[in-house]
Design a protein around this ligand. Structure first.
Ligand code: AHR
Length: 521
């Protein structure tokens, strides 16, 4: 459906109320032009692309989310109040747990019943630390209910049995008077939980079992057979490719497409492109900034390539592409456990997140979910904690600013803009995405200026122009600006007023290295 033609009419009907704008210099050069593409498709941006991921890794769960009921840190049934309060502001649509690599060594029975009786295990993937299983199935669903989010659980294919997986699903979701459902009741939960998504294995090509796609495809079909629907139908997600491995997608779609609802995809942005030395999270130069953004923009082609393979077997796009791990992966902070993946988070990462959301919007026809890695204290986190202290990262603010896009219709845009780069490596200066609320007709427009040093004037030609624009901007003095426990407000959104209405359209003066979110009426 092409909605573009209805926009001018709608704007024309709106009253020019509460114009909260500052005129930009009449002499500023128009450097970028963004137009609604009248031929473009309008797709719904699935809210779940704003999903999260929390793994038993470093201090994501323990310390970051779970402190235990006896902790001095204010908590509700062991889950820290400050973190939940901050996360609730993000309207998180879905939460993936317990891994990651950890999922394929997790045995759910170790995480139920009285905590003092739960057996410990070694978390072999992440630092070799002892996991006491105090955060298990009941605690996860408690968190899910506190956040008001959907549940996405990754099952253990790598080191678990079919029976174990089958019983876990029955334990969680059966309303019957059956031994497993009654065991759940004895552990304090009467009603079954709603399990929205179930992943059958994680990175089965790597930490989840080092399998070939041919072998995993058969294993997937076998395990999936025993994931039963005891209540609302569970959306089944097969393990998908490691970034550019199109053959994995080809084999999975060929052999198991009809047994799955979604196929995952993992792609991490490495600043240097090398796993050996990924580059620091702060204290990097402009070359690293440019390389990082260039690497993250590869997500666009990556999705297009996997989508093309999926189209061969699923032209109606029934199977969703679930980007259930993405984000920037840098070197750990000096002096921290290398197995804990603890990294700072800067304005660069916020810009990176915004660029990825624009890519996910663009591919809304196939991408049904994306889960940032990870929620707290690990990789590109929303929140960092240190004992009782907590700080919101620049990436947190992108999720907060962009939440208005959730569930809205993506409007196809055509963008003409200069490039930023050094001749060898160049990226577009402007990225933009517009979504329309299907109920109110209000348009949310997010814009990124990737140029670290120069402002960019952007002219928006939406046919007839809107009469009002209010917004916020996220920017800072340096691309590696970040929030610390001592200075938690260095990178935070502020009011944005550099919008003017001219005959040719709406003109926005984008500060260097900035992300703007505008509400248009
Ligand atoms: O997010 C950290 C790890 O990255 C996950 O456990 C794994 O799935 C991926 O390799």
């Amino acid at each position: 459906m092409n909605q573009a033609t209805s926009i001018p009419t709608r704007f024309a009907r709106l009253l020019a109320v509460g114009l909260v704008l500052t005129a930009v210099s009449a002499h500023a050069r128009e450097e970028a032009v963004v137009k609604l593409d009248p031929e473009g498709e309008t797709q719904l941006v699935h809210p779940d692309i704003y999903g999260h991921f929390a793994e038993h890794l470093g201090h994501c769960i323990y310390g970051g989310i779970w402190v235990g009921e006896d902790s001095d840190i204010p908590n509700t049934r062991g889950i820290r109040n400050d973190v939940v309060e901050a996360l609730k502001e993000l309207d998180i649509p879905v939460l993936r747990w317990p891994g990651g690599c950890f999922a394929d060594e997790y045995h759910w029975r170790d995480g139920i019943g009285p905590r003092e009786d739960r057996p410990s295990m070694i978390n072999t993937h992440w630092g070799g630390v002892v996991e006491n299983n105090h955060f298990g199935t009941h605690e996860f669903f408690d968190l899910v209910e506190m956040l008001g989010t959907k549940a996405y659980i990754s099952g253990n294919v790598g080191s678990g049995t079919v029976q174990e997986m089958m019983e876990w699903v029955e334990y969680m979701t059966s309303p019957a008077d059956s031994p497993l459902a009654n065991e759940r009741r004895a552990n304090g939960r009467d009603e079954p939980w709603k399990l929205d998504y179930f992943g059958i294995g994680n990175e089965s090509w790597g930490c989840g079992g080092s399998m070939r796609p041919e072998y995993y495809a058969d294993l997937y079909r076998r395990y999936n057979t025993f994931v039963k629907n005891y209540g609302p139908r569970i959306f089944r997600i097969a393990c998908g490719a490691n970034s550019f491995d199109l053959n994995w997608t080809e084999v999975m779609m060929d052999r198991a497409a009809r047994n799955m609802d979604g196929l995952s995809l993992h792609y991490y942005t490495l600043p240097t492109g090398s796993w050996r030395d990924k580059g620091p999270a702060t204290g990097f130069g402009e070359d690293a900034y440019l390389a990082t953004l260039s690497n993250t923009l590869k997500m666009d082609q990556l999705i297009a390539d996997h989508d093309a393979v999926m189209d061969k077997y699923d032209p109606d796009q029934r199977v969703g592409l679930m980007v259930d791990e993405w984000g920037i992966w840098t070197n750990v902070e000096p002096g921290t456990n290398p197995g804990f993946l603890y990294q700072q988070n800067s304005l660069r990462d916020a810009i990176l997140a915004a660029l990825n959301f624009h890519i996910f919007h663009k591919h809304a026809d196939r991408v049904r979910m994306a889960n940032i890695a990870q929620m707290v204290n690990v990789l590109q986190a929303m929140i960092l904690t240190d004992g009782p202290r907590m700080v919101k990262t620049p990436t947190y603010w992108i999720f907060e600013m962009f939440k208005v896009h959730q569930g809205e219709e993506n409007l196809a845009l055509g963008i003409e803009c200069p490039e930023y780069g050094d001749g060898d490596l160049e990226i577009p200066v402007i990225s933009a995405s517009a979504t329309r609320n299907p109920d109110t007709g209000i348009i949310h427009l997010s814009i990124v200026n990737t140029h670290p040093n120069e402002e960019t004037r952007v002219l928006f030609d939406f046919g007839e122009q809107p009469s009002m624009a209010v917004g916020r901007v996220l920017t800072a003095d340096a691309v590696d600006a970040h929030n610390t426990f001592e200075n938690p407000h260095v990178v935070e959104p502020t009011e944005f007023t550099s919008v003017s209405f001219e005959e040719s359209g709406m003109s926005v003066l984008m500060p260097p290295k900035s992300v703007v979110m505008l509400t248009l009426q």
